[in-house]
Design a protein around this ligand. Structure first.
Ligand code: S3P
Length: 425
């Protein structure tokens, strides 16, 4: 994909469904009784991998343009797949499904692509095995492929060392099969979609401060779900609208759950012209239309409890910082190193190649904004968020920017380039 400077971005767009919520709707629909319907489901490669995994465990899932229908078979209705579960590039599929599989009465192996199979899985193996699960890393390197032997699950409390919704969710989902309540305390609250959606499926989940507790249910009941637009996908157009001169973009029906809205707070702190309207609620998930206009921005400090609420947006926030006056510091974000790529290295190296003043730190980066960027050719290591981030940088840089592995945006935003083109017309 080749990108050059754009004069201005204008229009109203809808944003594809939230990736985290789409995954959970398939998983919870599969282990609920009866039918679950899902509207605005994200047809990205990661969520399609989740569908395939549950189909191979005997769940009928119908997919049409309008709606995905999951014919759930209840908490004990999954059946042993006849092959290795292919989780593709998806960390969420791997970690959440491991929680569910821990409590089944069959054994499974799961494996993904090269990037997925190099990401850390001890973070879920440790608590799940402490609950009585039997999960081993096939190559004994703490990564997938994982062998999961269905086991009896014990009630458990986990003090998680990391603010990770994937870790929290894996433990809570295993806890559905426990012999008593299971709770997780995090150092900072991560996204709470598992807690909210389990509640809507009729599960007793209680949240107090940084602790979430699940009480094993008798049954779960299928639901009708409308998936909000993904704020992590909207983030590219929020930033594009702010940094591209002469722009105004409205994004409809975007999820603004307060465990996910850190990017809005950062934009406001940097002086952005960003407004929220038409605030609504879908199954406990708040949504709004977001409008942004080209803005004069200044640097800020991003760290602490804010980090889990914008963890996936930090690459595009780094680009925002390049267009803000003064210094932006991103700290306490070491988790960026274990995403689909090492996002600290990949961001800083390539921003510097484009002419930015950026340095990597142990737990983030420091950027001095205001230096003009020029186009480069980038290999994004097949990381969808890096590809979309540098596309937005590319339309605000001199010369030509080439995203070598541009098709990796299919993981979370298959129509990204069409939407960008539409806004630039
Ligand atoms: C996700 C949680 C986050 C996020 C990922 C999706 C989820 O990961 O980066 O894209 O759906 O639970 P961590 O919870 O590991 O930070």
């Amino acid at each position: 994909m080749k990108l050059t400077r754009t004069k201005g971005l204008h229009g109203t767009i809808s944003i594809p469904g939230d990736k985290s919520i789409s995954h959970r709707s398939i998983m919870f629909g599969s282990i609920a009784e009866g039918t679950t319907t899902i509207r605005n489901f994200l047809m990205g490669a990661d969520c399609l991998a989740t569908i395939d995994c549950f189909r191979s465990m005997g769940i009928a899932i119908d997919v049409s343009d309008e709606v995905v229908t999951v014919h759930g078979k209840g908490l004990h209705g999954l059946t042993k797949p006849d092959k290795t579960l292919d989780v593709g590039n998806s960390g969420t599929t791997t970690r959440l499904i491991s929680g569910i599989l821990s409590g089944q009465d069959f054994d499974v192996t799961l494996s993904g692509d090269e990037s997925l199979n190099s990401r850390p899985m001890k973070r879920i193996m440790t608590p799940l095995n402490a609950m009585g699960a039997n999960i081993t890393s096939v190559h004994n390197n703490g990564c997938a492929p994982l062998s999961i032997k269905g086991s009896k699950i014990k009630a458990f409390h986990y003090d998680s060392p990391v603010a990770s919704a994937q870790v929290k969710s894996a433990v809570l989902l295993a806890g559905l099969y426990g012999d008593g309540p299971t709770s997780v305390t995090e150092p900072a609250v991560s996204r709470n979609h598992t807690e909210l959606m389990l509640q809507s499926f009729g599960v007793d989940v209680r949240c107090e401060g940084k602790t979430a507790t699940v009480y094993p249910p008798e049954t779960m009941t299928g639901q009708d779900i409308v998936v909000p637009g993904d704020i992590s996908s909207a983030a590219y157009f929020i930033v594009a609208g702010l940094i591209t001169p002469d722009s105004q973009i409205t994004m409809k029906h975007v999820g603004i759950n307060q465990t996910r809205d850190g990017i809005i707070k950062v934009c406001q702190a940097m002086g952005a012209d960003i407004t929220l309207s038409n605030v609504q609620d879908d199954n406990g998930e708040p949504t709004a239309d977001i409008t942004v206009k080209s803005s004069k921005l200044h640097g800020t400090v991003i760290g602490g409890d804010l980090i889990p609420t914008l963890i996936d947006e930090l690459p595009i926030i780094a680009v925002l910082a390049c267009f803000a006056e003064g210094e932006t510091v991103i700290k306490n974000a070491e988790e960026l190193k274990v995403k689909e790529s090492n996002r600290i290295d990949l961001m800083v190296n390539n921003l510097v190649r484009m002419g930015a003043d950026a340095i990597a730190t142990e737990d983030g980066m420091i950027i001095h904004g205001g230096k003009p960027l020029h186009g480069i050719s980038i290999n994004c290591k097949y990381d969808h968020r890096i590809a979309m981030t540098f596309s937005i940088a590319g339309i605000n840089a001199d010369g030509e920017t080439v995203i070598e592995d541009a098709q990796c945006v299919d993981v979370s935003y298959p129509t990204f380039y069409d939407t960008l083109k539409q806004l630039a017309q």
